[in-house]
Design a protein. Structure first.
Length: 190
């Protein structure tokens, strides 16, 4: 039979050897580059860029068109509901139920169209926002490279910063030159 003390020591030695092999020295601050940040007001880019303003204008026009359609549907439903109420006393229960069910189907269809309109508008806004983000990436990279920056932060992420670090005005000018407008494609609603 083996010596239990020697077996325990051998196991402990093996465990210590494995543990020390797995230890990796912690990185020191000298191993990381010095932070060279730039700051951008992304909210300002979204509200003041020519492309974003163009998107808002187009979306407002589409929303007005859809709202007019919804208003027309609502008025037709109100009129039909009034006719249904006025005719109800003269109808048999079966006929009232049949007309009520047809009316409820029309209401559900109008609600579906309104939801589909909202979804189409939301998807169009998201797609336009993606085009703006795609246009911004090379602008950010160019400005960061030109200024020797390695970090880009949003003004919402920083409590205080030296105003010389903010590049929003330059980004806005570059974005307006690169992407002055965006064609917003809203899927038709049936």
């Amino acid at each position: 039979m083996k010596n239990p003390i020697k077996a325990a020591l051998a196991g402990l030695t093996l465990a210590i050897g494995l543990a020390s092999a797995m230890l990796v020295p912690a990185a020191s601050a000298a191993d990381f580059p010095q932070a060279a940040p730039l700051i951008v007001d992304y909210q300002r880019l979204q509200t003041q860029s020519k492309a974003s303003q163009d998107v808002r204008r187009q979306i407002q026009a589409v929303q007005a068109k859809y709202q007019a359609s919804v208003d027309k549907d609502l008025q037709a439903l109100r009129d039909e509901e009034k006719k249904l109420r006025d005719a109800a006393p003269k109808l048999s229960q079966a006929e009232r139920d049949k007309r009520q069910k047809a009316f409820e189907t029309k209401v559900a269809d109008a609600q579906r169209r309104a939801q589909a309109s909202n979804k189409a508008i939301s998807e169009a806004v998201d797609a336009a926002g993606g085009k703006v983000r795609d246009a911004l990436q090379p602008i950010f990279i160019d400005l960061m490279t030109a200024r020797g920056a390695n970090v880009l932060l949003g003004t919402n992420e920083v409590i205080y910063f030296d105003p010389r670090l903010e590049i929003t005005t330059e980004v806005l000018a570059a974005l307006d030159a690169k992407l002055p407008s965006i064609k917003v494609d809203v899927a038709p609603v049936k």
